[in-house]
Write a protein that binds this ligand. Structure first.
Ligand SMILES: [Zn+2]
Length: 412
């Protein structure tokens, strides 16, 4: 009798255990953008989630028949993977609205140099990162010149995946080049990011320092980032050594001994061995057809920052030509010293309105999901599980805002 009661209790406990085991949950949406090669935009679809990972994706009817779990009906929305911001300067978050807009690079940099540009406002940065997460952002690539360890620590304590780049500029190569990879112990512990190195630009950073920073990145299997072909002054400095910007720098004691290499930025970057599949070239505004083909052949990725380019007044990158060349295109907001917010979807909406008809909705979404995941995925822990809604991927979603959907509808 006692034995039977014990058996019954055991069976009841087993039953209870079965009941409390989490069941797959179905997230239903009127549209789902899986961002997986070969998959179109799905109508009335569901993403099935179990234990924070995606178990399945397909039409809602089909998923409902396969899985008995609870349904969260999100209604008339387009569900997409969580998005990436592939280029920001968080240490300049406090500069919102304080720099000169629309007059070109030299007036903008003069206005920036007059400010306390590197005085990180930590609570403000944390608030911006939280806002990004709430908007469905999962990844940030940050460039920091003077505060990389602090920014790495802030990113590690957020819920975001990240690459925290320490940006080098000037001439001197450290005796131990690996000291360029600076960061926080918290990064390794969090398992969501890396501390990496970025070169500032071809005119501000010596070929030796650029080469050493790229070499140390390659040796550690890290992503590398470089501002490249951002504005006409950059072209003039490296090509001819004559530019108002160079005059400004010399007035301030920089580049006093500068010798122009006599090449355009993209061929110069290629010659220095900076372009490969682990390099993200940021801006790429002043590029020729030949430059685009060099970038495509190198397998480097390109990060466009169209609103920053508009804010500063340097022109726009040739989006259609990059798309036609098959370059892996990503999107970044740049810092709040040259933009109004850090929202990748706001950047995409602006780009789609600026280039009506140039991209389908899925091509546009790829710039903030699939493409940056292709670049950062092999280089940053956990990022290979982001960027698409497919079985085995992380259950990190975003809802595509109406401003983005409208921009693509208007373009059709
Ligand atoms: Zn930048």
């Amino acid at each position: 009798m006692v034995a039977r009661r014990a058996q019954t209790l055991h069976a009841a406990r087993e039953n209870l255990n079965t009941k409390v085991r989490p069941m797959p949950e179905l997230f239903r949406a009127s549209k789902v953008a899986p961002m997986t090669p070969g998959w179109p935009l799905l109508e009335d679809a569901a993403v099935v989630v179990h234990d924070q990972a995606i178990l399945d994706v397909g039409s809602f009817d089909h998923m409902r028949r396969k899985y008995a779990g609870p349904v969260r009906d999100l209604g008339t929305v387009t569900l997409a993977p969580a998005v990436f911001n592939s280029h920001v300067h968080l240490e300049m978050t406090h500069l919102l609205g304080k720099t000169a807009p629309g007059q070109g690079f030299v007036p903008w940099i003069k206005s920036l140099l007059a400010l306390d540009a590197y005085a990180v406002d930590e609570p403000l940065v944390r608030a911006e990162l939280l806002r990004l997460e709430q908007k469905g952002c999962a990844f940030v690539a940050d460039i920091s010149t003077r505060n990389a360890p602090l920014l790495a620590e802030i990113l590690a304590s957020s819920g975001l995946f990240f690459s925290s780049f320490h940006e080098v500029l000037g001439n001197a190569v450290p005796a131990d080049p690996s000291t360029m990879v600076v960061g926080s112990d918290a990064v390794a512990g969090c398992g969501r990011g890396v501390c990496a190195v970025a070169g500032h630009a071809l005119y501000s950073t010596s070929p030796e320092l650029l080469g050493a920073s790229k070499a140390v990145s390659a040796a550690h299997g890290l992503p590398y980032s470089l501002h490249l072909a951002e504005h006409a002054d950059e072209d003039a400095i490296v090509l001819t050594g004559r530019s108002p910007f160079l005059d400004l720098l010399r007035e301030r004691g920089f580049l006093t001994e500068y010798n122009a290499p006599g090449k355009r930025p993209v061929p110069l970057a290629a010659e220095l061995g900076l372009l490969d599949a682990a390099t993200l070239c940021v801006h790429c505004v002043t590029v020729s057809d030949e430059d685009i083909s060099t970038l495509a052949t190198s397998r480097a990725s390109v990060c466009l920052c169209p609103r920053s380019n508009e804010y500063i007044g340097v022109g726009q990158a040739p989006l259609e030509k990059f798309l036609a060349a098959g370059v892996n295109l990503c999107l970044g907001t740049d810092g709040l010293c040259s933009n109004f917010d850090l929202d990748p979807y706001a950047e995409l909406s602006w780009l789609a309105q600026r280039y009506p008809g140039a991209m389908s909705l899925c091509q546009g979404l790829a710039l903030v999901t699939e493409n940056p995941a292709r670049f950062f995925g092999p280089l940053v822990p956990g990022v290979e599980k982001l960027g698409s809604l497919a079985p085995g991927q992380a259950a990190r979603f975003s809802v595509v805002p109406g401003s983005v959907l409208d921009a693509f509808i208007d373009a059709e």
